[in-house]
Design a binder for this molecule. Structure first.
Ligand code: AMP
Length: 416
């Protein structure tokens, strides 16, 4: 199938030609005709499947068909993070080169004045994070009454990040009659509940199994003790001569520590987390993209929405507390059909997190040991056997006939 069969305009097709996009991805094949026809859409798609173009291309075309609308925002795209906002904004710019469409991006953590200036200069498509958008709206610096299409990108993450109240307040400022496009990589009850309040007879699009990890990513689990993880990461990058590796940790502190440790091992790494200024985060990402550093160490929130073409390696230095984050993390590789490798380092005390991921994805992982980094089994056995060993208090209670079996003398379970 080619893009020309989806009803796209010659101008848009010629841009796709210059970008060397030959075949629409499954989400693009499914969504583009529906968005062009003005339908509401609820789409579940894995990360890296081309979902940005799936909504950007038809929305650009609809804008062209209607002609210019001076100083009125026609399309509003909400994203959970500034990185994703930047990414989506860049995509709109890329997909509408020379077509006279003004796309503006607004997010928190950066000066508001240039964003206001850009808005005042004329904005057809606004890509924004909920907090900054609300700030602009409350200060009456923005008028959302002409929005024709609302896109919620990565809706699941917006809910995870607690944006629901902001979203509700934004919705009150939008026209009731509008097109709404709802994208989410994962679905749970909260995501469905939000979609119900937003969508009107939506077209449902599901191009991959729900909550499935990207199919073209090989997932490998190494069992390793926590204190040896930094050494293992340095060993993998060095011995395999990997040039571009994205590494996830759970905390900002772990990002900083690992970045330092890698530096000591001669591996240049950039750190990206929420305590870094926007400038520092942009710089880190740029250094990583241009190959000035080999590793980018990031927390989940900071890494959300990063699109680095041809990223082959992702390492989960620590498993996420939220199993859905695992899917997002490994979705940073294996993008647009390319192969990827996702390695997770699992310390004995993190095994329950791996079980959560198995439950969510329906996959069964067989953790392996890496030679030279085998976990200390003696320590593990000691800790499990010490768990099994009853305490003195329990032994005394048993001697006094005060339970331990969880049953009363009558054999009925005790009330707790
Ligand atoms: P997304 O899922 O929107 O973040 O897109 C993932 C990556 O795939 C981006 O780098 C896009 O530029 C690229 N991409 C999107 N659609 C296509 C396509 N039809 N052919 C080739 N690359 C694409």
């Amino acid at each position: 199938m080619s893009f020309s069969t989806l009803g796209l305009h010659a101008d848009v097709l010629s841009i796709l030609d210059t970008l060397a996009y030959e075949t629409p991805t499954p989400i693009q094949q499914a969504a583009i005709p529906d968005v062009l026809a003005g339908h509401d859409v609820m789409a579940g798609a894995q990360t890296g499947t081309g979902k940005t173009a799936a909504f950007a291309l038809p929305l650009i075309q609809r804008h062209l068909e209607r002609g210019p609308a001076p100083k009125s925002i026609r399309v509003l795209v909400l994203t959970p993070t500034r990185e994703l906002a930047q990414q989506v904004h860049q995509s709109f710019v890329k997909y509408s080169q020379g077509l006279g469409l003004n796309a503006v991006v607004a997010y928190g953590g950066a000066s508001i004045n240039p964003q206001i200036e850009a808005l005042n200069a004329g904005c057809d498509v606004l890509v924004a994070t909920p907090g900054r958008l609300l700030e602009l709206a409350i200060k009456q610096l923005i008028d959302l009454s002409s929005v024709e299409t609302l896109v919620l990108d990565e809706a699941d993450r917006m809910l995870d990040m607690g944006f629901i109240i902001d979203i509700e307040r934004i919705l009150k400022r939008l026209p009731d009659t509008r097109q709404t496009l709802f994208f989410s990589a994962t679905f749970n009850d909260d995501v469905f509940a939000l979609s119900k309040t937003l969508l009107n007879q939506p077209k449902l699009i599901e191009v991959a199994e729900r909550n499935a990890a990207a199919a073209q990513v090989e997932q490998r689990i190494y069992e390793v003790d926590s204190k040896r993880k930094a050494g293992l990461v340095a060993y993998l990058i060095g011995s395999k001569n990997w040039q571009q590796v994205l590494i996830f940790t759970r905390t900002k502190q772990a990002v900083d520590e690992l970045t330092k440790e890698l530096g000591k091992d001669g591996i240049k790494a950039a750190a990206v987390h929420g305590d870094k200024s926007q400038g520092a985060r942009d710089r880190g990402l740029e250094e990583f993209k241009t190959g000035q550093v080999r590793a980018l160490v990031a927390t989940d929130v900071a890494a959300r929405g990063l699109d680095i073409e041809q990223l082959q390696y992702v390492i989960n230095y620590e498993l996420p507390y939220n199993a859905e984050d695992y899917i997002h993390r490994i979705g940073r590789t294996g993008r647009a059909g390319k192969a990827g490798l996702a390695i997770s380092l699992v310390a004995p005390k993190e095994k329950y997190l791996l079980e959560d991921i198995e439950k969510l994805t329906g996959e069964h992982f067989v953790p392996q040991w890496l030679e030279g980094f085998e976990p200390n089994l003696m320590a593990q056995e000691e800790s499990t056997s010490s768990k099994r060993k009853p305490s003195k208090k329990a032994l005394r209670a048993k001697a006094l006939g005060q339970g331990g079996s969880g049953k009363s003398k009558t054999g009925k379970p005790r009330r707790r």
